[in-house]
Design a protein around this ligand. Structure first.
Ligand SMILES: Cc1cc2nc3c(=O)[nH]c(=O)nc-3n(C[C@H](O)[C@H](O)[C@H](O)COP(=O)(O)OP(=O)(O)OC[C@H]3O[C@@H](n4cnc5c(N)ncnc54)[C@H](O)[C@@H]3O)c2cc1C
Ligand code: SF4
Length: 448
């Protein structure tokens, strides 16, 4: 984003920015963790475990916290979810394990499972305490495309099963959106790279960053050279607003801006607008809006074309954004970008409603809002143009890769997982589960 009078870095000083970007959920100390662990009823057929996409034995790990067995507790978590550390920070627990916790039903106050999970895993990951042994080498070699949660989870499980893994990752650093996308206030102190190092510490995984499917090798090359292939290249493309001038100055891709923010040496160097409009209703919209506020934007408004219940962001996240002074406007769809001197100066919106068939329609009323920056946060898509022969070779469903329950594609030796597959949740934890499930199936295939 170009700096100019109304879009500039340093709206707040370093100290203010540092304080704004502090840990969203500071970790529990031992006394608090023990009190919290004591609140668990250790339910039989625990609903929290059923709600966890990676099937972590939640009462099991909480029980071990009570007996101060943090290593055992971390093992219970990480054997199901090797990114249990990141997931304890970024999972929307309010709509997963904590939503169904029996304590939520009884007293509207769940056991704080996410924070307990963080308490159990943090020391193990930071101290690089290796909890996993590799099986005897099988002599099989698997190519894993992408360096995000799906790919690293797949690589780790394959490595523990004795296979050799090469991770081919287009970006400069591994971690995927954990490194480039997740809001900075959710993952402080370079935790994404600490976790990547922990995962690679098991051995048997070679990571080649800066090597892209499509540009540096094709899917056919990989199928020729390796015994099996896993695809976890995520979503490289961004949905456009579909309006005239929607690539003009001042109109910014939210994911790209967040990536710049995550990689910035000093956040105070990042240009930020005075009046910011965010178009979208998911986590990305919330994250870019909150972070704009934290950088010192004066007015930040999220505009979504449907109601609060239809937003991809949970009620908790919507409230969180509002506590930062972000306004959320519903039932408004952008119909025209207002331009001044070749750059965006605002948006003309149509009011919307659902018609008798439940279809979104306009009411005939409209309004305008001023903006010096407009963030597009209306979803992402697979960037097939950049992926060489992959599209022709794979079965595609609604723009994403079709897979079966084992995350196997239509090709006998290719699996896929994470955001690039059809039917996923677009969450870190689901990507980790996809990688794990695929690795188990690849292992079966390689044994045949
Ligand atoms: C802004 C934002 C905020 C989010 N916040 C949350 C959150 O708070 N909680 C949550 O649970 N989920 C969140 N998500 C969703 C979550 O980050 C994703 O669901 C998850 O990262 C998907 O993992 P993945 O491995 O499929 O893909 P990614 O994390 O996108 O990783 C894809 C990897 O593939 C690599 N790659 C891409 N193209 C190629 C190629 N051609 N060749 C080789 N490598 C390639 C990339 O470099 C990257 O390493 C957020 C998403 C966004 C965009
Ligand atoms: S549902 Fe709540 S109380 Fe029951 S086991 Fe899970 S965390 Fe403990």
């Amino acid at each position: 984003m170009q700096a100019r009078a109304d879009i500039r870095p340093g709206r707040l000083n370093e100290a203010e920015i540092e304080s704004n970007f502090g840990d969203m959920h500071p970790p529990l100390g031992r006394p608090e963790a023990l009190v919290e662990a004591d609140r668990c009823y250790f339910c039989f057929d625990a609903p929290c475990t059923t709600a966890c996409p990676t099937d972590i034995d939640i009462p099991g790990f909480i029980q071990k916290i009570r007996s101060d067995n943090l290593k055992g507790s971390a093992h219970t978590i990480l054997r199901e979810n090797i990114m249990g550390g990141m997931c304890s920070r970024v999972c929307p627990t309010e709509v997963l394990c904590e939503e169904v916790c029996v304590r939520t039903t009884l007293e509207d106050k769940p056991v704080r499972i996410g924070l307990l999970q963080r308490y159990a895993t943090d020391s193990v990951i930071r101290d690089k305490l290796q909890l996993f042994q590799r099986h005897e080498a099988t002599g099989k070699h698997v190519a894993v495309v992408g360096g995000g949660p799906a790919s690293l989870s797949c690589a780790h499980r394959l490595a523990t099963l004795g296979h050799q893994v090469t991770v081919l990752n287009g970006a400069e650093k591994a971690g995927g959106l954990n490194e480039y996308g997740i809001a900075a206030y959710k993952t402080v102190d370079n935790f994404a790279q600490t976790e990547v190092d922990y995962i690679l510490g098991v051995g048997g995984i070679e990571v080649r960053n800066g090597e892209s499917l499509g540009a540096d090798f094709s899917l056919t090359d990989l199928r020729d050279q390796y015994d099996a292939v896993f695809l976890g290249f995520g979503l490289g493309g961004v949905n456009q607003l579909g309006l005239d001038n929607d690539r003009s100055e001042g109109i910014v891709d939210a994911v790209e801006y967040i990536a710049d923010l995550r990689q910035a040496g000093s956040k105070s160097e990042l240009p930020v607008g005075r009046k910011v409009l965010v178009i979208g209703g998911g986590m990305t919209a919330i994250d870019v809006a909150v972070q704009s506020k934290q950088l010192g934007a004066e007015e930040v408004t999220i505009v979504y074309r449907r109601g609060p219940e239809q937003m991809g962001a949970s009620g908790y996240e919507q409230n969180f954004a509002q506590t930062w002074g972000v306004r959320i406007r519903h039932w408004l769809a952008p119909s025209q970008l207002l331009m001044s001197d070749g750059r965006v100066s605002g948006i003309h919106f149509d009011y919307t409603r659902l018609d008798d068939n439940g279809k979104l329609t306009t009411t005939g009323d409209s309004c305008e809002m001023e903006a010096d920056v407009v963030f597009k946060a209306i979803g992402q898509q697979v960037l097939w143009e950049a992926l060489g022969d992959a599209r022709q070779s794979l079965e595609i469903k609604r723009g994403r890769i079709a897979v079966n329950d084992s995350r196997k594609t239509a090709l006998a030796d290719v699996w896929a997982g994470g955001d690039c597959i059809y039917g996923g949740e677009d969450l870190t934890v689901s990507a980790v589960q996809d990688g794990k499930v695929a690795a188990m199936d690849i292992d079966q295939f390689l044994q045949q």
